[in-house]
Design a protein around this ligand. Structure first.
Ligand code: ADP
Ligand code: MG
Length: 393
């Protein structure tokens, strides 16, 4: 079984489940992947750079259009009945549970003026939830793409991502940047996506790890610390304060070469945190550009130390790491990995580890043993094969 097969729910299965549930066949089946971010953390809302890749794990949805204004959604992964909603009564932030993600997409499309009536949706997903791998974006993007095709909206990938982000921001109520949705909508197999979060311009950067004898492991720590609640908003506010103090609209506008002088100009801010956040964001933007240059030059191994540097910045300057994530980095690099960093929002979730393919088992073993030794729950480890973005299956 290939990595892709192992992490994908079969379209036939989801289609058959739709038919069993609703009593007729779906109009089609669509899939959208989760993602893992290689480098560029907390840079998206600073209008900077990020570099995610799509995972082989996908949300798969069987969907049919219905024109009576009724939306029915069901997930194979959630115990519970079909959720039925009237599309013209959809209300943001109404705490609709998981159904808020697909319902939010219908709301966002209609709010943008698209004539979307109802739909029947049945979905199943292999994207781990709450692990920092964007199961939520996969859900949104698969819904958006299905409705785009069924209602012939002809939206671009970027428009789909923005609709999905709006659903999450304004309907579900999670203030995320646009990276997750852009990754799920626009990634290509065998590539990492260089995304400029200012204008959403993208560049597909070849990322052939297998050809280089390398592997990128995702280590899902399976923990989520409560400390993370509110931390995102606090970091975001701190970054905005830093930008204001430096006289720029976003920290993206502070060139890396000017970071020392920018930090010198900050002491007026009676707040050491802001200095650290500025240093993280400006240096992580620079790390994205360094990784892209290394990949362009064919020096894939060279990105290892840049990833590890990124971890130190997230741990010490942004302070969003935790003992489990630090242990992944320490144990994997101690066992010969080329580099490692936490990825995603922090305080748990996942880390990425770049290693020689020949060392993958030893690195995995070392991480597992370190976790057992520390009394942590066993992590989930799998290779991140750069996979395709959303599509009809
Ligand atoms: P992440 O995106 O990092 O996985 P989030 O907290 O943003 O974590 O999104 C997770 C939420 O998305 C879940 O709590 C659930 O509401 C929804 N979700 C994700 N996958 C599914 C699924 N297969 N079925 C139903 N809801 C899902
Ligand atoms: Mg999410």
């Amino acid at each position: 079984m290939s990595a892709a097969e192992e992490f994908t729910v079969s379209a036939a299965e989801v289609s058959a489940a739709f038919t069993a549930l609703y009593g007729y066949e779906p109009a089609g089946v669509w899939a959208a992947p989760g993602r893992v971010n290689l480098i560029g953390e907390y840079t998206d809302f600073n209008e900077g750079f990020v570099m995610p890749l799509a995972l082989p794990h996908t949300a798969v949805a069987a969907v049919a259009r219905r024109d009576d204004g009724i939306l029915r959604v069901h997930s194979a992964d959630v115990a519970g009945p079909v959720v039925e909603l009237a599309v013209d009564a959809l209300t943001p932030l109404s705490d609709g549970g998981w159904a808020a993600y697909p319902a939010g997409v219908v709301w966002a499309l209609r709010d943008a003026g698209h004539a979307v009536g109802g739909a029947d949706v049945h979905l199943a997903s292999t994207v781990p939830t709450g692990a920092g791998l964007s199961s939520s974006a996969a859900l949104e993007v698969v819904t958006a793409l299905a409705l785009d095709e069924l209602y012939e909206l002809d939206l671009t990938r970027r428009e789909l991502a923005l609709v999905a982000q709006r659903a999450e921001n304004a309907f579900v109520g999670v203030p995320c940047g646009v990276m997750d949705q852009m990754a799920s909508a626009a990634c290509e197999a065998g590539h990492v996506l260089h995304l400029d979060c200012r204008d959403l311009s993208v560049r597909q950067v070849p990322f052939d790890l297998a050809g280089e004898g390398l592997v990128l492991l995702v280590v899902d720590t399976r923990v989520k610390h409560a400390l993370g609640d509110g931390a995102y908003a606090e970091r975001r506010a701190g970054c905005e304060a830093g930008a204001r103090a430096l006289g720029v609209t976003h920290l993206r506008d502070v060139p890396f070469a000017e970071l020392p002088s920018a930090l010198d100009r900050l002491p007026d801010i009676d707040d050491e945190r802001v200095r650290r956040y500025v240093r993280h964001v400006v240096s992580d933007d620079h790390r994205v550009e360094r990784v892209m240059a290394l990949l362009d030059a064919g020096d894939v191994r060279g990105i290892g130390p840049v990833l590890s540097e990124g971890h130190v910045s997230l741990r010490d300057d942004l302070r969003i790491s935790c003992a489990e994530l630090d242990l992944v980095v320490e144990a994997s690099c101690g066992a010969g990995a080329l580099g490692a960093r936490m990825t995603g929002g922090g305080f748990g979730g996942s880390a990425v580890v770049l290693a020689e393919a020949a060392d993958a088992d030893a690195v995995t073993k070392s991480v597992r043993e370190a976790f057992a030794g520390a009394g942590f729950a066993a992590p989930r480890v799998f290779p991140a094969v750069a996979s395709a973005g959303a599509g009809r299956v």
